[in-house]
Design a protein around this ligand. Structure first.
Ligand code: 0WE
Length: 257
């Protein structure tokens, strides 16, 4: 049977291990027939990403530290050589220094602020500019990951909240730029999920329990659910949607108390 994304290609930034939301997205896209490229940020992650990519037939794995413009260049040159064109970019990258993710936000250093915004927000624009030429005439779709800390104060999320606000605003400006070319740009605002990024975050277990007790659906969300929304945003069923941030949070964002 013909699959939904057969003949399509995509690149997924941000896989660290099997719990990564990026991996949830990759699985949903690959299951629908998309051919994928994966990037890893630094040698520390090379072996785990390569091992996971073995589960996705026909995939390629490329190094990419988004703070190095020449590495982003090389990613898209390699994709051009290997695939020839591109339909989907999944951006699932964020980083802030641990010390910026605790205590009062006003202590954030200029360095820490710049680094968080560079990696977590600017990288989407840097990637978009290089991906666009490969999407010419292909109804491309960009999907990035956000968090409600962009809109509301989440204790300790601090500079990441500012970075996610900038990311969601970037989604709107990029969507306006790329819309005339038939390329869409959207974000998924996911509820908290136990991943490598969440490990060591202060009081994360309490946050997960709070969600389970207070969301409309009385549970947390999974990387598979985020992945399936990514599949929707990458594919033809979302063809009328661009510039949006869609919550995949079991309804948490509608609550006032
Ligand atoms: O966006 C995120 C994770 C962002 C993140 C997490 C870390 C932890 C380890 C970015 N950089 C780092 N750097 C590190 O050194 N989430 C939505 C998950 C998350 O992170 C939090 C949260 C939630 C939820 C941090 C503080 C408070 C809540």
């Amino acid at each position: 049977m013909e699959q939904l994304l057969e003949g399509k290609t995509g690149v997924v930034f941000g896989v660290a291990n099997k719990r990564s939301l990026a991996w949830g997205c990759a699985r949903s896209l690959a299951n629908a027939g998309m051919r994928l490229a994966f990037t890893y940020a630094g040698e520390r992650l090379e072996s785990s990403v390569k091992k996971l990519a073995e589960e996705v037939p026909g995939s390629i794995v490329l190094p990419c530290d988004v703070t190095k413009p020449e590495e982003i260049d090389t990613v898209f040159e390699s994709i051009k050589d290997e695939f020839g064109f591109l339909d989907t970019v999944v951006h699932a990258i964020a980083f802030a220094r641990r010390e910026e993710l605790q205590g009062d936000f006003y202590h954030t250093s200029k360095d820490g602020y710049m680094l968080a915004l560079e990696v977590s927000a600017y990288s989407l624009t840097a990637i978009t500019r290089r991906a666009m030429p490969l999407m010419e005439g292909r109804e491309g779709s960009f999907v990035t990951l956000s968090y409600i800390g962009a809109d509301r104060v989440i204790p300790n999320y601090n500079v990441m909240g500012i970075a996610k606000s900038a990311l969601e605003a970037s989604v709107r400006y990029l969507a306006a730029d790329l819309g005339p070319r038939g390329i869409r740009v959207n974000a998924i605002s996911a509820g908290p999920i136990r991943t490598l990024s969440a490990s060591g975050v202060k009081d994360f277990n309490d946050m997960i329990d709070h969600i389970a007790a207070h969301t409309p659906m009385r549970r947390n969300v999974t990387a598979e659910e985020v992945g399936d929304t990514c599949l929707f945003l990458a594919g033809p069923h979302s063809r009328g949607i661009t510039g949006s941030t869609i919550f995949v949070d079991a309804g948490f964002h509608i609550m006032g108390l």
